[in-house]
Design a protein around this ligand. Structure first.
Ligand SMILES: NC(=O)c1ccc[n+]([C@@H]2O[C@H](COP(=O)([O-])OP(=O)(O)OC[C@H]3O[C@@H](n4cnc5c(N)ncnc54)[C@H](O)[C@@H]3O)[C@@H](O)[C@H]2O)c1
Length: 283
C-alpha cells in the first residue's frame, strides 16, 4: 500500500517530532491531541524549528508555507477517517493504548495501518484490542525525532510482512534508518541501554565511584558520547525505573532488578533534569 496521508495521535515531545519529519517527507499530516493547548503548541514548536532552518538557508519560505498547508493540528480524532497510517504517541500506558487503538480501528479505513511508538509495551497485546491485528505494529522513534536516525520496526505476532515492509519504506522516506526487531520487552535499544544505566546506578549506589567518575569512565573508556547517569537524568529517572520494573516483571529474571539508587532518587523527587536534580544538580 502507498502511504499518502499520515495521522499522528498525541502531540507531545514524540508526536510533534513525528509530525515534523512526516510533513518534511512530503506527506499530508493530521496531528491530534486530547489537549487543545498541546495541539496548538506543537504547530508553534514546528514553526520555530522551520524558522531556524529558514535562517540557515536549509528551507525556503515556500517550503515552510507548504509544510503548514499540509499540516492539520487539532483535537478531533475523526480527522483520521481518511489517513493511511496512524502513528500513536500517547502516554506509555497499556490500557490507554489498547483503548485508543480499538477506537482507531473502528473509525479508520479498513486498509489503514495502526502503528504505536511504545518504548517497551507488547505490540501483540495492543493489536489484539483492534479489529485489524494484522495491520498493527511498533514504529519506535527516538528522541529528538528530527535528529535521531533510528526507527525500530516491530511486527506483532500476527502482523503481515506487507504491513512491516510498508512501514520500513515510510521510515526510509522520512530519512530514517529502520531496523526490524521481533517483539520482546524493550525491543533492541532499550533492552540493552536500560540495564546499562541500571548497572551504572548500582556502581554509584555501592559507592564505587561518584556520578562524575562513572560518566567520565564510560565516555573516555568505552567511547560513549554521554555518561549513563547523565543519560538517566536526561530521560527521567522515574521513566528508567519504570522500564527496569517492567523488564524485571516480564522476564522474571534477577538480572533486571532495579537499582536501589533509582528508587531513592524517585522517592526524593529527584527525577533528573526535569525536576532540576537527579544524579546531578541542574538548579
Ligand atoms: N520521550 C521519549 O524520549 C520517548 C522516546 C521513544 C518513545 N517514546 C514513547 O512515545 C510515547 C509518547 O511519549 P512522549 O514523551 O511524547 O509523551 P508526552 O507526555 O510528551 O506526550 C503524550 C501526549 O499524548 C497526549 N494524549 C494522552 N492521551 C491521549 C489520547 N487518548 N488521545 C490523544 N492524545 C492523548 C497527551 O496530552 C500528551 O500531549 C510513549 O509511548 C513513550 O513511551 C518516548
Amino acid at each position: 500500500m502507498e502511504i499518502k496521508k499520515v495521522g499522528v495521535l498525541g502531540a507531545g515531545i514524540m508526536g510533534a517530532g513525528i509530525a515534523q519529519v512526516s510533513v518534511q517527507a512530503g506527506y499530508s499530516v493530521v496531528l491530534i491531541d486530547v489537549v487543545p493547548e498541546i495541539a496548538n503548541k506543537a504547530r508553534k514548536t514546528l514553526n520555530k524549528a522551520w524558522a531556524k532552518a529558514l535562517e540557515k538557508g536549509k528551507v525556503s519560505a515556500e517550503n515552510v508555507a507548504d509544510y503548514n498547508a499540509r499540516l492539520i493540528c487539532g483535537t478531533d480524532i475523526n480527522e483520521f477517517r481518511d489517513v493511511d497510517i496512524v502513528i500513536e504517541a500517547i502516554v506509555e500506558n497499556i490500557d490507554f493504548k489498547k483503548k485508543v487503538h480499538k477506537q482507531l480501528g473502528e473509525l479508520c479505513k479498513a486498509e489503514t495501518i495502526l502503528a504505536t511508538n511504545t518504548s517497551a509495551l507488547s505490540i501483540t497485546e495492543i493489536a489484539a484490542a483492534t479489529n485489524r491485528s494484522d495491520k498493527v505494529l511498533g514504529m519506535h522513534f527516538f528522541n529528538p525525532v528530527p535528529v535521531m536516525k533510528l526507527v525500530e520496526v516491530i511486527p506483532g505476532v500476527v502482523t503481515t510482512d506487507d504491513t512491516a515492509q510498508t512501514v520500513i519504506q515510510l521510515a526510509e522516506k522520512m530519512g530514517k534508518e529502520p531496523v526490524l526487531a521481533k517483539e520482546s520487552p524493550g525491543f533492541i535499544v532499550n533492552r540493552i541501554l536500560v540495564p546499562y544505566m541500571n548497572e551504572a546506578a548500582n556502581v554509584f549506589y555501592e559507592g564505587i565511584a561518584s556520578a562524575e567518575e562513572i560518566d567520565k569512565a564510560m565516555k573516555l573508556g568505552a567511547g560513549m558520547p554521554m555518561g549513563p547517569l547523565a543519560l538517566a537524568d536526561m530521560v527521567g529517572i522515574d521513566i528508567v525505573l519504570a522500564v527496569c520494573e517492567f523488564f524485571y516483571k516480564e522476564f522474571a529474571d534477577s538480572k533486571y532488578r532495579p537499582s536501589l539508587a533509582f528508587r531513592q532518587k524517585v522517592r526524593a523527587g529527584h527525577l533528573g533534569k526535569k525536576t532540576g536534580k537527579g544524579f546531578y544538580n541542574y538548579m
